[in-house]
Design a protein around this ligand. Structure first.
Ligand code: ADP
Length: 488
């Protein structure tokens, strides 16, 4: 799984927990608000019922005719009655359940019964009035007692519900907190195990690699991003190791290739300076050998210098208009003059094939291809150098019947210092010529193509843009010349 996905999932989980916590808090506070309201309403209901009872008792007490007690209340009977009505109205407004409404209706009925009776008995003898009033007063007080009991009960129920919610809130709060702590802990553990450890391992591997232990590789574990990082580092380390190996092979190759011409030169010099008379023919042969070895050394050093210049980005061309036929002929003549041990043939079209090119560099490319064709084929076998035109391109081909190159080796043919196994056995070389040749051809806006079959032979085709293609339009007869056009 990728680090991004895991972090997103973890953050989403923590956010969901936080949201659940916030939602529970909102629900809880709303419920608490309602509980407080209904508790307040119950308390108010009790207060009003008791105030009504007090008003009733005060009114009863005022009936001096009945109790023979002089009234010392600062309130008149009318104000108490008004207070009774206003308390009843207030109690009705405060009541929210149908049961309480019914109890209030009952209280209203009994209180108004008492008040009516009070008016009726105003002029009656005290005993008769008392007989009439007391039962009505008691039933009004009883109705108010029921109202008080109902509200007290409501307050208890509300209190019990609040207690239950309080418990639930405690459990919920503790659970959310525990889940958050557990989630955070799990995330930390996971980060430690699957992120920090692989990161540390990678950093150790990098440090060890930097300290010179080139076989060190980072473990490819943990989330996808870290695995990718470790993989990239390992690939980089592999590539560095490969480069180092290639450099060593290259140095060994250069040393080996330098030794052969140098020992030939050493032997030739020893022969010439031995003081003994040397027959003319032998001297000529020795001098030809010296020339060949010096040319070989010169080419090797030239390839090395070119490769260095290309790598450093200091590779320049001096372009001029030249006929590709001349360039190919110059290269082939040089080999033929040197007494080529192969059947080297040149095929040229009749019309010029103009190029805008750096002549020395194009010759260098042809030199390399012809020299390879000769190096990697049997002595005496045929090698063709063909100049032709295809559309707006000049095509310079070198065809041999030599050892050939396998499909797998073709893929890395132009990589510097790469040499095929069979070529190593057959002839000395550094493995730089083709990579330099390709860079030269590409710098001219062209490309090199290869066709090869092991044991059958190879064809290297250099395609370069022709100069002024409009002045020399492509015609069917422009195609690569047939062997009939041979200029041997
Ligand atoms: P060098 O010839 O000095 O090794 P090059 O870069 O010219 O270097 O060639 C690279 C490799 O390509 C050679 O070592 C050889 O393996 C292969 N190669 C090039 N030309 C031919 C050819 N005509 N036939 C077979 N193999 C070839």
């Amino acid at each position: 799984m990728s680090l991004k996905r895991i972090m997103t999932a973890a953050i989403a989980m923590l956010a969901a927990l936080a949201l659940a916590g916030a939602a529970s808090l909102i629900i809880l506070t709303t419920f608490l608000h309602r509980t407080t309201e209904s508790m307040g309403s119950a308390v108010e209901g009790v207060r009003l019922a008791e105030a009504l009872q007090v008003d009733l008792l005060m009114l009863y007490r005022m009936s001096d005719t009945l109790l023979r007690i002089p009234s010392d209340s600062p309130r008149s009977a009318e104000t108490i009655e008004a207070s009774l009505r206003s308390h009843l109205a207030e109690a009705r407004r405060n009541a929210w359940s149908p049961q309480e409404q019914a109890l209030i209706t009952e209280a209203e009925r009994t209180i108004s019964g008492y008040l009516l009776a009070r008016e009726r008995v105003a002029n009656q003898p005290p005993e008769q009035a008392s007989r009439e009033l007391i039962p009505r007063l008691e039933s009004a007080l009883a109705a108010l007692d029921q109202l008080v009991a109902f509200n007290v009960n409501e307050a208890r129920v509300t209190q019990a519900r609040a207690d239950r919610w309080d418990q639930l809130a405690n459990i919920g709060g503790v659970s959310v907190a525990a889940l958050m702590v557990l989630g955070g802990g799990a995330l930390l553990w996971w980060m430690r195990r699957f992120v920090f450890r692989p990161l540390l391992d990678m950093s150790h591997a990098m440090r060890r690699f930097g300290a010179g232990r080139k076989r060190t590789r980072a473990p490819e574990s943990g989330p996808a991003e870290l695995r990718d990082m470790a993989h990239t580092f390992n690939e980089m380390a592999n590539s560095l190791a490969r480069q180092q190996e290639e450099q060593l092979t290259f140095l060994a190759g250069v040393a080996h290739d330098l030794r052969n011409p140098l020992s030939a030169l050493k032997m030739s010099a020893a022969l010439v300076t031995s003081g003994r008379p040397i027959p003319e023919e032998r001297l000529q042969k020795t001098m030809a050998l010296v020339r060949r070895q010096v040319a070989r050394l010169d080419r090797m050093v030239g390839d090395l210098l070119d490769a260095t210049r290309i790598e450093a980005g200091r590779f320049e061309l001096s372009l001029e208009e030249r006929d590709a036929r001349e360039l190919a002929a110059a290269v082939v003549e040089l080999y033929q003059a040197g007494g080529s041990s192969h059947d080297l043939r040149l095929h040229l079209p009749e019309e010029p094939v103009l190029l805008s090119a750096d002549a020395t560099r194009v010759e260098q490319v042809l030199h390399n291809l012809v020299s390879n064709a000769l190096k990697y084929s049997q002595t005496g076998s045929r090698v063709d150098v063909i100049v032709g035109r295809e559309g707006n391109e000049a095509v310079l081909s070198v065809v041999d019947r030599g050892i050939g190159i396998s499909n797998e080796e073709l893929r890395t043919l132009f990589t510097p210092f790469r040499r095929t196994g069979r070529a190593r056995e057959k002839a000395p070389g550094v493995g730089l010529g083709l990579s330099v040749a390709r860079r030269i051809v590409e710098a001219h806006g062209g490309r090199i193509e290869v066709e090869s079959r092991p044991g059958v032979g190879s064809t290297f085709r250099v395609r370069l843009p022709r100069a002024h293609p409009a002045a020399h339009p492509a015609r069917p007869e422009d195609a690569t010349p047939s062997p009939a056009d041979t200029v041997h």
